[in-house]
Design a protein around this ligand. Structure first.
Ligand code: SF4
Ligand code: SF4
Ligand code: SF4
Length: 323
């Protein structure tokens, strides 16, 4: 277990245990009425990584060095320069060496999940991480960020990345293509990675419509004929094809960690695709409940904060290098 995982597990366990003495537990936040997001369908992904290249173009990010060579699309870990990746997993055994030769593999796309109740927003001491009240997009403001990296520790998907190579490093993560200077969603466009996806494996839309589409797909069996949209859920570009595999009865992001606005469906167990198993209660609800309990009981909050600061600063840099 990496130190980051240990810290998260220990922290979550302590939080849950502590909540036994809670005066009033904070519930998960609701899905914003006009929440937007993306639906990734692993059965349709062909691993072309056009999405990864488009993401770099939109974010002005350089290529990554992979095995001594520069690549625009082959990074296997998120970084401050690579905000989305496509990985290949062994569909039966999960995050081991992918066995691409015998066909038992599935692609998996990673980026910020735009959590309904994001831990990164809850822990940010200066509100540099914000969740938009209507679209639900989780954004990061570099002008406000103090570089404490609490968000790095609080994200159950290990998404925010810190620019360790820069003198005044910043946090980088997917902002659903709506960051200042890009603002594709505010301008009525769709995200770059959904725009270029040639198979409709990744589509944009209102979260409630994407969830309804995911539920329709969960009913499909291998060989059924289905009409898939390209780019967005309301697109006029559609194509009819045969379903490639029985869909799992699991829509990742419907409930995990309080839900996410990026949803995932697949023909293989989704937890074999590099996504964590999470309780339905969000980390943010747990931690805010405990904060209120501790403050309500006057249990040395300054000492707790000092301890968290020490742990965060001592561990974060090394953890990112572990990945
Ligand atoms: S995936 Fe991580 S960075 Fe993205 S909203 Fe959720 S907690 Fe925040
Ligand atoms: S929504 Fe935009 S920033 Fe996020 S992964 Fe897709 S292209 Fe990259
Ligand atoms: S562009 Fe679409 S098909 Fe190609 S790798 Fe990305 S999600 Fe998969």
């Amino acid at each position: 277990m990496k130190r980051r995982d240990f810290l998260k597990a220990a922290g979550t366990g302590a939080l849950v245990a502590s909540s036994a003495t809670t005066v009033s537990a904070r519930e998960n936040l609701p899905v914003p009425e006009d929440a937007v997001g993306m639906l990734y369908d692993a059965t349709l992904c062909i691993g072309c990584r056009a999405c990864v290249v488009k993401c770099k173009e939109i974010n002005g990010a350089p290529p990554e060095t992979v095995e001594g060579e520069e690549h625009w699309d082959m990074a296997q870990e998120l970084s401050a320069d690579t905000l989305t990746i496509i990985q290949a997993f062994n569909a039966d055994t999960g995050p081991d060496i992918p066995n691409l030769a015998d066909g038992t593999f599935s692609f998996s796309k990673r980026q910020c999940m735009h959590c309904v109740d994001p831990g990164c927003v809850t822990v940010c001491p200066v509100s540099a991480m914000q969740k938009h009240p209507t679209t639900g997009i989780v954004s990061h403001d570099p002008d406000v960020c103090i570089g404490c990296r609490y968000c790095v520790l609080a994200c159950p998907y290990n998404v925010p990345k810190y620019e360790y190579d820069e003198t005044f490093g910043q946090i980088q993560k997917c902002q659903l293509c709506n960051q200042p200077g890009v603002e594709r969603i505010d301008n009525g466009q769709i995200t770059g990675c959904t725009e270029v996806c040639p198979t409709g494996a990744n589509i944009f839309g209102p979260r409630k419509e994407l969830l309804a589409e995911a539920k329709r797909r969960a009913e499909l069996k291998e060989g059924d004929t289905y009409t898939y949209p390209l780019q967005s859920i309301d697109s006029t570009y559609r194509y009819e094809t045969q379903v490639k595999a029985d869909y799992q009865q699991h829509i990742f992001g419907e409930k995990e960690g309080g839900g996410t606005q990026v949803l995932v469906v697949a023909g293989t167990p989704i937890t074999n695709l590099g996504l964590p198993e999470l309780p339905e209660r969000s980390y943010a609800a747990n931690s805010e409940t405990v904060q209120h309990t501790i403050y309500g009981g006057m249990l040395a909050p300054a000492g707790l904060l000092a301890g968290l600061l020490y742990l965060a600063r001592r561990n974060t840099k090394g953890d990112d290098k572990d990945e």
